[in-house]
Design a protein around this ligand. Structure first.
Ligand code: SAM
Length: 386
């Protein structure tokens, strides 16, 4: 990991103009802008590298090295960073990830701290409003920051009610197949039934729509229609995502990436699919109506049709460093600032400077980079937070 010292600017709300990678001055905006005009409003927070599964495209069989407990961000630190992000930097969506978020025993506390910080920050932004007493005319529901989690759903049934009570709005569940043997081979754990129980519990707790994310793999392609049938039957939105070179074992090759055309061919043998475009023009998933709807299926062509130009993400690792790009190796340590007594302004300005340096695409500023060329990252998906 390359930790970058980007300095500590000083004026509240107006970042200094000195952070100028590429020689261009950063405009005086409080938002998380980068040199390519993108604005990051979607915060991914990894809270652990531990996981209950060992998906072959993500983790090594023995798991990832665990981050020592005192190096993990605490609920208080996460709440403080969420507050700064929402109030000072324009963050409007928060998603907890890992590793597996449910591996943290204090996940309810983390969600609760993030919810309180996000709600207080939004209340503070409304004119005539205090965190304790929101203005009567404030557009409260429209302004609620969405807190979501990406999870494998193992054990979710036992905790979902407490998580919703703490402020969780949505869950995306990762599930690549509903074939028990294929699931056990792919995840190196025979836990399919527990995952399905977790999804049902999320639906029963009112977390609908539950999105299911499936990595598109040669070995699960034949089961793709069964997975879609299960998702439709249970009212889940299924999205397939192309496998990216973020596996810990470094086995990914471009030749193994299953094309959208191959997937559509398999699905169309069972379902009538009608192109439905994208939720919005910057959404990564291209959608199809299944048997005339309302069910849909999406494909996220993260390899063959990269969407870096519309990327609005900023990421925090479990150790509290900012990553501006999934494929970049640069990280800026915000947790160290928090622990060394930095003010919110100092933390916010360091975060802005880190995002200003966000690479153009796939970890690189090269303009001639082919759409499916990637810098190989030092960390795998499970270590960064997917
Ligand atoms: N444990 C949680 C889960 O299972 O969703 C959160 C962490 S996991 C790293 C987040 C997402 O990254 C999952 O949907 C997983 O399938 C995806 N992922 C992991 N490795 C990937 C890869 N090489 N290519 C594409 N997606 C990947």
């Amino acid at each position: 990991m390359a930790a970058v010292a980007l300095g500590v600017p000083s004026v509240r709300g107006v970042p200094r103009r000195a952070a100028t990678p590429g020689g261009r001055p950063r405009p005086a905006t409080p938002l998380l802008v980068d040199r390519y005009g993108r604005v990051a409003r979607d915060l991914r927070v990894s809270i652990t590298t531990a996981c209950s599964l060992r998906c072959t495209y993500c983790m090594p069989a023995e798991g990832l090295p665990l981050v020592p407990r005192d190096e993990l961000m605490t609920p208080e630190e996460i709440g403080r960073l969420v507050g700064i992000g929402v109030r000072d930097l324009g963050i409007r969506d928060i998603r907890f990830t890992g590793g597996e978020p449910l591996m943290r025993r204090d996940l309810e506390e983390i969600i609760g701290a993030a919810r309180t910080a996000a709600d207080d920050a939004m209340a503070a932004l409304r004119p005539g409003t205090t965190a304790a007493a929101p203005a009567a005319d404030a557009p409260a529901s429209a302004e609620r920051v969405r807190i979501a989690m990406t999870s494998n759903a193992l054990g979710l049934d036992k905790r979902v009610d407490a998580l919703v009570a703490a402020g969780l709005d949505r869950v995306n569940v990762s599930l690549d197949t509903v074939d028990r043997a294929a699931f056990a081979t792919l995840t190196r754990r025979d836990r399919l039934d527990d995952v399905l129980t977790g999804i049902r519990a999320a639906l029963a707790a009112g977390l609908a729509p539950v999105k299911i994310n499936a990595v598109l793999l040669p070995e699960t392609l034949t089961g793709a229609a069964d997975l879609l049938a299960w998702a439709v039957e249970h009212g889940c939105n299924l999205r397939f995502i192309e496998e990216m070179p973020l596996d810990a074992d470094g086995r990914w090759t471009r030749d193994d990436v299953v094309s959208a055309a191959d997937l559509l061919g398999v699905l169309e043998s069972r379902f009538r699919l009608t192109p439905a475009g994208r939720e919005d023009p910057s959404a990564p998933a291209e959608e199809w109506l299944v048997d005339d709807g309302p069910a849909t299926v999406g494909i996220i062509a993260s390899v063959t049709r990269s969407f870096c130009g519309a990327c609005d993400r900023t990421r925090l690792t479990a150790e509290g460093t900012v990553r501006s790009c999934l494929f970049g190796n640069e990280e800026t340590d915000l947790k160290a600032l928090l622990r060394n007594g930095a003010t919110d302004d100092e933390v916010g300005d360091t975060w802005r400077a880190a995002m200003w340096a966000k690479p153009r695409a796939h970890g690189s500023d090269a303009v001639e980079l082919a759409a499916d060329a990637f810098a190989r990252t030092e960390r795998s998906m499970g270590a960064i937070g997917g």
